[in-house]
Unconditional design. Sequence first.
Length: 279
Amino acid sequence: MFKRLLFFITIIFLLSNCELLNIEEENPSFITIESIELNGNHTNKITDAWVYIENEFQGVFPLPASFPVFKTGNQKIIIEAGIKKNGISASRESYPYFTTYESQQDLVQNQNNIIYPTINYSLINFPYNENFEGSGLSLSIVSDSTNHKIEKIYDNSNDNYGNYYGKSVISGAYGELFECTTPNFDLPKNQQVYLEMDYKSNAPIMLGIYANGVALVEKNIIMYLNKKDDWNKIYISLTEGIYNYSDAINYKLFFAIPRDTTLTQNEMYLDNIRLLYEE
């Protein structure tokens, strides 16, 4: 009789605890992140927040984000800024060259904690940075036509873009190609290498690398950038392209736009071209 009574008391106790747990799980705290601010006058396209609570991964949340958290009390919140690698929505990544944001938050059930993360670049200097603000240009024109050039256009309407950007125009016959290249770089083969840039164009832009070997120079198109009417920021991974030509002595980037004769002229605009890797 006693054992049977103890059994029923245990069952009642467990059911009560389950109900308490369910109530607790149904009443989470909440975190809201509207955006992640990059300090300094830099353009960016931060699309996601990668969130950890006490070093436990919570998920990737497209911004702006508001999400439930089944934790309470004082918690360490870690937020990493996420980007779309190569501009592809299915290739989201925590950007390796941004710092992380940390904050202690008191999480209370049914209450919303609004967090305003701020971050910086993790690099002190950029190995390559062409922002068209200097007196000269680091880009070289390799097109056949002597009419091809890169113009520096003055525009101070947005502090993040500086005062100048580069513009190239081609208006010749079918088959014409404008192409410009960066200087040569000794790029690392054992770490992530990224190219950042702002661009717009009325035709696709070819982007790639020249791998300079001892006796052979190989040209590799990494991707085509779709035409954009407005300025667009993109983060391009060069890691695989470099690895595929790991025997090269050094590398240089190229930007090219082929002639589309359905348009009166083809235009390419470039700004804030940066290489990022640990030197």
